[in-house]
Every structure is written in structure tokens, then in C-alpha cells.
Design a protein around this ligand. Structure first.
Ligand SMILES: CCCCCCCCCCCCC/C=C/[C@@H](O)[C@H](COP(=O)(O)O)NC(=O)CCCCC
Ligand SMILES: Nc1ncnc2c1ncn2[C@@H]1O[C@H](COP(=O)(O)OP(=O)(O)O)[C@@H](O)[C@H]1O
Ligand SMILES: [Ca+2]
Length: 490
């Protein structure tokens, strides 16, 4: 089918909207006359298709093409051809995330696209922390929605999954508090409109932090399954994590930066530099269950890409219980203990904390950075921003695991303490009890759990394969184009 003499085609699954052109419409600015001149008098039907056009760096934009034909039935089939797209969405906006632009970004860039695509919305601008989580847990009439949209950063996304996962378990009679329970996957998809400080979950699942691109992934109804870890302390549920669980460096950066929220996203640079200079290390024991039956390792060259590895469920996942004897243990002094359940790519590190990690394979990559010199730690950090392998250093080890535990050194009673209580005690005592005057490392760091500080240090982490779904498709290989469907052929 030709437009202005050019043969054009559109990928059916990337149609945003289709509208019939009315011949006598008041909006007709002579286009029908032009269509007739070029296509002949037989052309009685025309329709305009809005579709996804790819730009640079995984960005999507909306483009339009008008098709003409003589056959009304063909035209109708096109109008009905849009595949399952969401029709009703529940939108939560965090007005205080990132640079406080969430509301403006949604109203100016996203809402008009939803309207064009015929999507209706219920919009809730949050009024306090955990507003969205609590609304999803108890109040939201979820049956009427095809998905939930989160406008904010990783912390806001974390609220949404906590609400949704909890609600799904309670509705299906699963005890969300038990670390041994197989959790019920959430059926509603979540869309992320990036409006936070790091926005790593959006970047690692879409390839860019661009609100329009994210809105278009929602409109075309993309679906990307994603793993989530449950974090427990002594059989008490603490939180879920989908991206980074970090103790030591990333935990300290987060807790320091929370006191500097007024700085906006720059707080992470400030606290990052401060914590790098402080150079604290922490002692403890990490035990882990290596992932079984896996098809890759954290040292692979291959990346998690759309339609390839991102949807691989490894044999170990969701699966057979591994015996207690298969646990491995590492004791030592660590600058950082990180678990990356996805690459954790973000503008700070476009390849990510664990570049070969997969979104939906039922595993997390456990990265142990042992105590080393400041210079060596800097080498490790800088490698996140270059082609060099950040794991190819003597003091770094990385394991693909399905479960892990951490126990800080020092007395059991300390590690059982709620961290707030522990920090209170520290105010009245020296940081290091062994060497009161030396100013060396404190005993405990805290865990950075997708950008939220955890109150306990001793934790038990289990990966739940494909527990949630996003309106995304993973990062596309730049050279790969999907099969193109010519409208003449439908
Ligand atoms: C000298 C060059 C140093 C380069 C360091 C590169 C390493 C950066 C890794 C960043 C990993 C980010 C993982 C994502 C974490 C987010 O969940 C969390 C909260 O995000 P948000 O809610 O949007 O604010 N962000 C962080 O914890 C920030 C870590 C920044 C560390 C410098
Ligand atoms: N209305 C609100 N007022 C204050 N805090 C909020 C509000 N809505 C959400 N939050 C909290 O703000 C924190 C940070 O949100 P996020 O969107 O991740 O921004 P950032 O990326 O800048 O950290 C989250 O912990 C979330 O629970
Ligand atoms: Ca994973």
C-alpha cells in the first residue's frame, strides 16, 4: 500500500493508534483531494496509523503514516488490528522524586499520548511516603485496571511492587512473610515513567530514561517478566528487591545521601565521593547457593537482550530445593557486598554493576569486593564506566546464585539489633570498640535495597523467578528489526 508514491510498512505490534480519515471532516485540509490525485478515484477509505519510530540510544518517538485503499473491510481490519493494549491504567505520581518534576513530566509528555491511544487513567499524586504502597495493598480496585504506572524513581517503583506483590499473595492465600513460600506472580503489568534520581530499573529494562519512550512501551502493551528477591531477617519479612542489594559502599552512600535529599540527584555524587574517601570495610560471613542448571555466568560477554536471554528461566529457578550441603561460605573483610538481580545499568554505569545479569532468569549476581587499597577500589569503580571488566581483579569475586545470606561479624546480639537502635548506641560509644581511638571502620554498614535503607544487617535473600511484569521488552539489539508487516498482506 502506498502513500505519496512511497511504499510504507508498519510493525503491527508497534501501533499506537489508528484513526479513520473522514472525507468530509471539518479537519480535512485538502488531504482527500491530494489522496485522490495520487491514488485515483477508487480510493474511498483512508486511515492514519500512529506507530513507534526508533531514534538513537533506544529512544522511541511517535510517527504517523496515512494509508489509502478502496476496500472498506480492509480499512476496518486495520482499525481492529491493534493487539492487546492496556485500556485502563492506575497511575501513581511521586511529586518529590528526583528533581521534583514527576507531575509536570506526566502531564506534559505522557498524558497526551495516553489520551491519543484511547487509554483512560485514574491518577493519584502521592501525599506521603508509602501512600502508593498502602493504596495498592488495601484500597485499589485492581480488577478494573490493565496495569499500574509508576511516575518516579527506583524508590517509588519499590513502593509499587511492595503493594502489588503483597496484595497478590494475600488475594491468593499465600503467606508473604514466610521465606520458604513460593510466591504467586503478579498479573498486572507495571510501567515506569522515569522521574527519579537513578532510575536504574527503567534504564535496565528499556535502555534509556526517557518518559516518552516509556509511555510508548506502555501503550503498545509490551511485557517483560522480572525476578524479585525477598529479603528476610530471622524469618521476618523485610523487603523485596529487583535491582541492587548493596552492603558496605552502596549502603553507606545511600544512608549518607538520604540526609542530603535537598541536593537532588547530585546527592549521590557527593556521598559517593565521601564514602570512597572514608574507605570503610566490614567483616562478616556470606553464604550462598550457586544457581543450578544455568546457561550463563556473570563473566559472559553476552548481554541480557530483548527476546533472547531476558526471558530465560533457568532450571534452578522456582525450583527444586537445594540441599543444605550445597551452600558455600565466604568469610572476610569487605568494602562492598552487592547482589545485582539485573544489570543495574543506569546513566552512571551504562553497562551496569553486573553487565551479564539477566532480568528474568531466577538468579542474582553476588559481587564480593574484599578489603583493598583506595587506589584498587577506585580502579574497580572506574571500570564500571569503561570497557574493562570490573570483576577481573584479585580482590573481586562474583557468583551467580539463587539464594544468599549475610551475617556481620561481632556478637549475634548486635546483628539482631534493629539498626536504628544500634546507631543510637553508637552515639554514646566509640565507632570501633576494639580500638577506641583509631577511628577505623564501624562494625556495621546498612543494606541499600533498591534505594531504600534496610534496618537489619543479617539477612536471608531468595530470588523469586519472574514474580512481576513490566510494560517493557528488555533492551533491543540495535541491529535487530522485528518482522515488518505490510498492510496489504493482513
Ligand atoms: C569514579 C567513577 C565512579 C563510577 C561508579 C559507578 C558505579 C555506579 C553504580 C550505580 C548502581 C546503581 C544501582 C541502582 C540503585 C538505585 O536503586 C538507588 C536508588 O535510586 P533512586 O530511587 O532513583 O534514587 N540509587 C543508588 O543507590 C545510587 C547509587 C549511586 C552510587 C554512586
Ligand atoms: N508524596 C511523597 N512525599 C514524600 N515522599 C514520598 C512521596 N511519595 C513517595 N515518596 C517516597 O519518596 C522516596 C523517593 O522516591 P523516588 O521516586 O524513588 O525518588 P528518588 O529517585 O529521587 O529517590 C521513596 O522512598 C518514596 O517512598
Ligand atoms: Ca536475574
Amino acid at each position: 500500500m502506498c502513500v505519496a508514491g512511497l511504499c510504507r510498512s508498519v510493525v503491527v505490534s508497534e501501533i499506537i493508534s489508528v484513526r479513520e480519515e473522514e472525507e468530509n471532516s471539518s479537519k480535512d485540509n485538502g488531504s482527500w483531494r491530494k489522496i485522490r490525485e495520487m491514488q485515483g478515484r477508487d480510493c474511498r477509505q483512508a486511515f492514519t496509523v500512529s506507530y513507534v519510530e526508533r531514534g538513537r540510544n533506544h529512544r522511541w518517538r511517535c510517527a504517523e503514516v496515512t494509508f489509502v485503499c478502496s476496500d472498506a473491510a480492509l480499512c476496518q481490519r486495520w482499525v481492529l488490528s491493534i493487539r492487546e493494549q492496556p485500556k485502563q491504567l492506575l497511575v501513581y505520581i511521586n511529586p518529590y522524586g528526583g528533581k521534583k518534576q514527576g507531575k509536570r513530566i506526566y502531564e506534559q509528555k505522557v498524558a497526551p499520548l495516553f489520551t491519543q491511544a484511547g487509554i483512560t487513567t485514574q491518577v493519584i499524586v502521592t501525599e506521603y511516603a508509602n501512600h502508593a504502597r498502602d493504596h495498592l495493598r488495601a484500597d485499589a480496585e485492581l480488577k478494573q485496571f490493565d496495569g499500574v504506572v509508576c511516575v518516579g524513581g527506583d524508590g517509588m517503583f519499590s513502593e509499587i511492587i511492595h503493594g502489588l506483590i503483597w496484595r497478590t499473595q494475600v488475594d491468593s492465600g499465600v503467606n508473604p512473610n514466610s521465606p520458604e513460600e513460593a510466591l504467586q506472580p503478579c498479573s498486572l503489568r507495571i510501567g515506569i515513567i522515569p522521574a527519579g534520581s537513578t532510575d536504574c530499573i527503567c534504564f535496565a529494562t528499556v535502555g534509556t530514561n526517557d518518559p516518552v519512550t516509556s509511555a510508548l512501551h506502555i501503550i503498545v502493551g509490551d511485557s517483560q517478566p522480572m525476578d524479585a528477591c525477598s529479603v528476610h531477617h530471622n524469618d521476618t519479612f523485610l523487603r523485596y528487591s529487583v535491582s541492587l542489594l548493596g552492603y558496605g559502599f552502596f549502603g553507606d552512600v545511600l544512608s549518607d545521601s538520604e540526609r542530603k535529599r535537598w541536593m537532588g540527584p547530585a546527592r549521590y555524587d557527593f556521598s559517593g565521593l565521601k564514602m570512597f574517601l572514608t574507605h570503610h570495610y566490614y567483616e562478616g560471613t556470606v553464604s550462598y547457593l550457586p544457581a543450578k542448571g544455568i546457561m550463563g555466568t556473570p563473566r559472559d560477554e553476552a548481554r541480557c537482550r530483548s527476546g533472547q536471554h531476558s526471558n530465560m528461566k533457568y532450571a534452578n529457578e522456582c525450583g527444586s530445593k537445594l540441599g543444605e550441603d550445597e551452600w558455600r561460605t565466604v568469610r572476610g573483610k569487605f568494602l562492598a557486598i552487592n547482589a545485582a538481580s539485573m544489570s543495574c545499568a543506569c546513566p552512571r554505569t551504562p553497562k551496569g554493576l553486573s553487565p551479564a545479569a539477566h532480568l528474568a532468569d531466577g538468579t542474582t549476581d553476588l559481587i564480593l569486593v574484599r578489603k583493598c587499597s583506595r587506589f584498587d577500589f577506585l580502579r574497580h569503580l572506574i571500570r564500571h564506566t569503561s570497557k574493562d571488566d570490573q570483576f577481573d581483579l584479585a580482590f573481586v569475586e562474583v557468583h551467580r546464585v539463587s539464594r544468599f545470606r549475610f551475617m556481620p561479624r561481632h556478637c549475634q546480639s548486635d546483628s539482631d539489633l534493629n539498626l536504628q537502635e544500634f546507631h543510637k548506641r553508637q552515639i554514646f560509644g566509640p565507632l570501633c570498640r576494639d580500638h577506641p581511638a583509631c577511628g577505623c571502620s564501624p562494625h556495621y554498614s546498612s543494606w541499600n535495597c533498591d534505594g531504600e535503607v534496610l534496618n537489619h544487617t543479617a539477612i536471608d535473600v531468595r530470588v523469586h523467578c519472574q514474580l512481576i511484569k513490566l510494560f517493557a521488552r528488555g533492551i533491543e539489539e540495535m541491529t535487530v528489526f522485528e518482522e515488518v508487516t505490510n498492510p496489504c498482506a493482513i
